[in-house]
Design a protein around this ligand. Structure first.
Ligand SMILES: [Fe+2]
Length: 431
């Protein structure tokens, strides 16, 4: 496949995903705001089209079709809570707009030379736009999860089985040897600025959990009074736990018989014991780790355990460099849920860690900081304006992340109080 063919295929795939995701949602639910944390879904849809227009028509070809929409769909000018009050395109207009932009983008792509300056180098700007839309698809999936009153239609998954018991023989932790490793990337053509440059980091030896913390393990923390035990919480974490009244992961409720149910895309179901826990904030993850006598891994530890072989070779994915077949539970598996450990048996990292890509984003102990030698590209608002101690880094992607938008060097970040994202964690400790 040529670069242009790959780009056209990726553009087509992400648009199919976006439209299919929204297809079952009635128009009045597309324009409604389901949570002050999220945009109306119809804003996300036109926003991805506007972003595509700005970069793949404006920046690449110097042409625009609807520059007057920039003010409405600029994420920095409009906080999410204010977006319902904007003069938004309706569902029909939004679909027409993104389709119109796309047909012009494909015309431009056909005429273009894909080399030269940084934006076009190896199709970078196209990769940026494709990943941006996939990231919004994950955000829209989180919005659909917050719309708890309506059952979102799910595809039947044939491989559903609780594989957790099959892997009870796995060690609960693996040891990663001390020594330097290469963090970040210079080679990945579609990597974001915050993943660059590749640089050597010396890491002490450490133990890291083989798999993310499961629902069953998290239930033990709850049953042991973990939410009410001040010892396990940082000062900020305890203050937030009190203020927000945290007592269990978001979307969970007691089942009346000593167990737990969860609401998933509008369905109430038993909490599956062997799936990774999700919808916990950083403070809850950190408190659990202390209760377990451990800590959260740093992002350097996480990346080394996921990507570095004992022989000193960097891998794009835990299992190797080959993107196909994709050996992890990502959006392409259509589960709309994390999977029990063992469901994707080929996903182990060189050290034996499982489920590092897909299932749940994993909170790390690290603040979101630039790598040494960081250079903002192509715009400050992608990463640079977020650097600092306010945000914690998450790694590895979730079941709602697309393969094109994840790799072992990929960095995500969010506030430590956020729970609507598909985030869980694994623990680590010093060796
Ligand atoms: Fe965006």
């Amino acid at each position: 496949m040529t670069d242009k063919e790959r780009i056209a295929t990726e553009l087509d795939a992400v648009r199919r995903r976006s439209l299919a995701l929204l297809d079952p949602v009635p128009d009045d639910d597309l324009v409604r705001q389901h949570s002050p944390l999220m945009s109306p879904l119809v804003w996300d849809l036109a926003h991805v089209g506007n972003y595509e227009e700005q970069w793949l028509l404006g920046a690449v070809a110097g042409t625009r079709v609807a520059a007057h929409l920039d003010g409405i769909y600029d994420a920095f000018r409009n906080a999410r809570k204010d977006r319902p009050q904007l003069d938004l395109l309706g569902p029909v207009e939004a679909r027409t707009y993104v389709t119109d932009v796309r047909s012009r983008v494909l015309d431009v792509l056909e005429r273009l030379e894909l080399d030269g300056d940084g934006l076009l180098d190896e199709g970078f700007v196209y990769g940026m736009v494709v990943q941006h839309e996939h990231q919004h698809d994950e955000t829209m999936t989180a919005t659909l999860q917050l719309r708890t009153s309506t059952e979102y239609p799910l595809v039947d998954i044939t491989d559903v089985g609780d594989a957790g018991d099959a892997d009870a023989s796995l060690p609960s932790e693996v040891r990663v040897d001390a020594g330097p490793f290469l963090m970040g990337t210079d080679l990945e053509p579609w990597a974001y600025d915050n993943e660059r440059p590749a640089h050597t980091v010396d890491v002490d030896s450490f133990w890291i959990d083989t798999a993310p913390v499961t629902n069953a393990a998290f239930v033990e923390f709850i049953a042991d009074g973990g939410y009410d035990d001040r010892r396990w919480w940082t000062d900020e974490g305890w203050a937030w736990r009190q203020k927000a009244g945290l007592q269990h992961p978001e979307f969970w409720a007691p089942d009346g018989a000593g167990g737990w149910v969860r609401t998933r895309l509008g369905r109430v179901e038993d909490v599956p014991p062997h799936e990774p826990v999700q919808h916990v904030c950083w403070y809850e993850a950190d408190a659990y780790a202390r209760w377990a006598g451990k800590r959260l891994p740093t992002e350097a530890e996480w990346e080394k355990a996921a990507s570095w072989t004992p022989d000193g070779v960097k891998r794009r994915y835990p299992w190797g460099d080959d993107p196909t077949p994709f050996l992890a539970n990502l959006s392409t598996s259509s589960r709309f849920s994390p999977a029990p450990d063992g469901t994707f048996p080929g996903d182990a990292s060189p050290w034996g860690c499982r489920q590092m890509i897909g299932d749940v984003w994993e909170w790390t102990s690290s603040d979101f900081m630039p790598y040494p030698g960081f250079r903002s590209f192509p715009y400050r608002e992608y990463s640079e304006v977020f650097f600092g101690t306010e945000y914690k880094v998450l790694r590895g992607g979730s079941w709602a992340t697309h393969p094109t938008a994840i790799r072992t060097t990929f960095r995500n970040w969010d506030f430590p109080i956020r729970r609507q994202i598909f985030a869980g964690f694994r623990c680590a400790r010093d060796a």
